[in-house]
Design a binder for this molecule. Structure first.
Ligand SMILES: Nc1ncnc2c1ncn2[C@@H]1O[C@H](COP(=O)(O)OP(=O)(O)O)[C@@H](O)[C@H]1O
Ligand SMILES: [Mg+2]
Length: 336
């Protein structure tokens, strides 16, 4: 009696084990397939997402709005034929900026205003071409012969109007310390990008006062910051001993970095040839002032300021070499 079940089990096992393991094997294969399917699906769809992100068209191409395909930058002929100027929406020292229409889309046509500044204009265009990325306004076309550049239109305009924009009822909800800190993070991300760009270490020279800095950047409709005006962006090459100077005139005031000011006192008249050159750390000196503008005066912004006190004090070190890199500032901002 005792042995019977044992016997039964022994008799039962040799025939049942293969079918159970077969079923288990089948289940495992099915499960593996399911996992592989899910993983690959996720992998490909994430590739798809990257592809639809702006700035990832091949060089010389763009896409924007709902259009999925990349188109080549518009040529002189295409700009003359297909772009219609609507109204002037901005003007700086180098360009006049027109809201325009291209294929029922709003775009911006920038035209050189002062023929003495051709070189600056062409430098800005070269930079726009070489730096296309999420940090830079999208280039749609250009015509060197006519000194025109076609870019994406950003209806919220330059960062100069940030406080006014944040007081419009539609955007009041955006006027929080958190959003404002995000803008400061975006801004420092742009500086970090320029300092380690595909074209080398570039200094944002169009930045002698806060208003000037702010007018070179645009606020996108989804509240991000892109740099727009790249006309004054000289290259630093420290290993080759190449430093820069922002213009040929004397710079004064607390906004510019100490090394940008005439070092020989009031008694020695300014002379460009005697003015020592400097590097990208001038941009770091200016970060606290620009960030303070971003943070504004809303509930919580003073607490953020307090947390950023040490890194901002480091940005204001008199010796440029002691200032942090844009990456270090960014890391500190992001840790907040
Ligand atoms: N794509 C754009 N969308 C909206 N406004 C723009 C755009 N481009 C320029 N602007 C406006 O025109 C102003 C001047 O443009 P900018 O390129 O800085 O000219 P400049 O080289 O003469 O300084 C900007 O500060 C901004 O207000
Ligand atoms: Mg400008």
């Amino acid at each position: 009696m005792e042995k019977k079940p044992h016997f039964v089990r022994r008799e039962f096992l040799p025939r049942e084990v293969p079918s159970i393991s077969l079923a288990l094997l089948l289940a495992a294969v099915l499960l593996l397939n399911a996992f592989l399917y899910l993983y690959l699906n996720k992998f490909y769809s994430s590739l798809g997402r990257v592809e639809t992100e702006p700035g990832l068209c091949p060089f010389g191409h763009f896409k924007f709005g709902a259009v999925k395909n990349c188109s080549p930058w518009l040529s002189c002929e295409a700009i003359n034929r297909e772009v219609r100027k609507l109204k002037c929406v901005g003007e700086g020292a180098v360009k006049k900026v027109f809201l325009s229409e291209w294929k029922e889309k709003k775009v911006v046509l920038s035209q050189l205003t002062n023929s003495e500044l051709k070189e600056d204009f062409l430098h800005g265009l070269r930079m726009l071409k070489g730096l296309q990325s999420k940090h830079v306004v999208r280039l749609l076309g250009y015509c060197e012969q006519q000194f025109t550049i076609l870019t994406e239109y950003h209806p919220l305009g330059s960062l100069r109007g940030l406080n006014e924009t944040l007081h419009i009822p539609k955007y009041k909800g955006m006027n929080t310390w958190h959003r404002r800190l995000m803008l400061a993070i975006d801004y420092v991300s742009v500086i970090r990008y320029l300092h380690s760009s595909p074209l080398g270490t570039l200094v944002m020279c169009d930045s002698n006062d806060l208003d000037k800095v702010l007018s070179q950047y645009l606020l996108t409709s989804d509240f991000h910051v892109v740099v727009n005006d790249l006309d004054a962006l000289p290259l630093v090459n420290r290993s080759a001993g190449r430093l820069v100077k922002c213009g040929h005139r004397e710079l004064r005031g607390e906004f510019v970095a100490p090394e940008q000011r005439w070092p020989y006192g009031e008694d020695v008249p300014f002379e460009d040839d005697l003015m020592p050159p400097y590097d990208e750390k001038t941009d770091i000196w200016k970060i606290p002032d620009v960030s303070n503008f971003f943070l504004g005066h809303v509930e919580g912004s003073d607490i953020v300021r307090l947390h950023l006190f040490d890194i901002h004090a480091a940005c204001k070190k008199k010796d440029p070499a002691e200032r942090p890199s844009a990456q270090e500032v960014l890391d500190t901002y992001r840790r907040f």
